[in-house]
Design a protein around this ligand. Sequence first.
Ligand code: JFZ
Length: 583
Amino acid sequence: MNRIIIIIGIISFLFSCSPNSQVEEKDEATLQQDQKMEWWREARFGLFIHWGLYAEPAGEWKGERIAGISEWIMARAAIPVKEYEKLAENFNPEKYDAEAWVKLAKYAGMKYIVITSKHHDGFAMFQSKASKYNIVDATLFGRDPLKELADACKKYGIRLGFYYSQAQDWHEPGGTYFNIEDGKPHWDANLVREPLMNYINGKAVPQVKEILENYGGLDILWWDTPRGMTEEAAQALQDVADEYPDMLTNNRLYRPWPGDFTTPEQHVPPTGLDYDWEVCMTMNTSWGYKSYDENWKSGETLIRMLVDIASKGGNLLLNVGPTPEGLFPEPSIDRLKQIGLWMQQNSESIYGTTASPFFKLPWGRCTTKEVDGNTILYLHVFDWPKTGLLQVPGLKTRIKDIYLLSNPKQKFAWKFEDDDLFIHAPSIIFDPINTVVVIETKEKVKVTSNMPTLKEGSILLPADFADIHNPGYGTHAYLSGSGKKSIIQNWVDARVRLEWMFNSVEPGKYKIETLIKANEICKLNVTVGDKNVESEIQPTNNKFEIISLGEIEISETGNQSISLTPDRENWGEVELMYVELVK
Ligand code: JFZ
């Protein structure tokens, strides 16, 4: 066996050495993938729906509020299977109106919907012959809401995907659960364990076949949490999915398998990724409906998040957790409408766009499109310049026209100064959330990077040039203000790392200084390339102080980065305005 593998290895190595065959093969595969991903890359914006029996307890069990995301209540409150099953008896979402959901998603500018067909609780929200534990057979409701949703999507031209929890199924003796990998038992001792493959072959594979066959063809199959998954189990499911070569799948079937796109969860990556990616995000904290979760993100935050993601080349899958009656919660409706209002005028700057060519834009973001070989730049202005001049760094190009996207008759004058373009921006704020200015050019645009450069012995790295690496779950640090007044605030989670890209032309030994505020002794690690120093910050008495973080050797020229990584044992509440390197 091993010998065969080695021989195959040698043969494929020899083949890969022949340059022609490799280039052709790669291009063919890339082209095919490009074609498959085309609608999804064009779409940029979708609706995630988490709906199931958990909407009924809505975060409360036996009069007690259960911490965490509501769809996890069965595990978090250790509810026995037989007891949880009873929720089905009362589940009767009579106000459910699939067309109303789809119409609202469409109004918000969303091009696709992904809905939970079965979450970790094991309850199928569709008619299933493979398991009686489904909405048609186990509830009074008796309708198949996913069938109705599929019909409505078809009617309104919205693409449809199903979420299917393939590994975790807390209802089945062979399904996995949250701490199975640590060898812990299921909380319900009455559930006599069986091998994983019993569940995979008996329920997961048949149900996945059902959802792929019975709903007119899915555009996306969204796997989740491969806890306790084996390659054998994953392969059995992959074989079913492979029957549908046009359908997209995410990267959550089995850990090492990439799928068609990756899924950063509950955070926006600081820069673009070199693989198709989709951020999934809640509007409040929980995915499933939780009656007392009031932690709503504002419409402004959500609109800017969509733009931020598009400017980095990704998609946003924004979540709603409907109520047990079958309604979107009022705050979700308000936000979808607010996003819709903005999208009605500005969606051209989102759909089919690609990532920003700029390194950083202190006042906002940029998305682009190529039309007939010429570049269109959409400048998303979050902070309208008080100077009346919008500076576009490193852009020298032949310009056809500059105008307001929401009102193309509103033209702007412009001039070039040194390497930059300046747009004359009358001191009217058009849209306090995000005003889109369109630059139509007469060529394929190339931008000179405005990445800060270390020269003449120093470099200043402001807060708004930092990449904030936030964890998915945890407390997020965020940027407030822009330019010299920008501050990274709420840096309380020691897993948050700050990073600045810069360009160095002068290797040497540098002092590291920072303008910072800390409420207690904080330790952190500063890294540049393979060099690092440990630094300690004393409390600053509730004001910003310039603090020395020590010295570091910069040995390389060219693009590189400096990172500040907190010491997990020694961290408090920190705010930061800049880091400076001085020779
Ligand atoms: C999973 C589910 O457990 C959760 O209920 C919800 O459906 C969400 C969309 O997906 O939760 C995850 C999945 C991935 C990570 C964290 C939580 N992750 O990659 O960090």
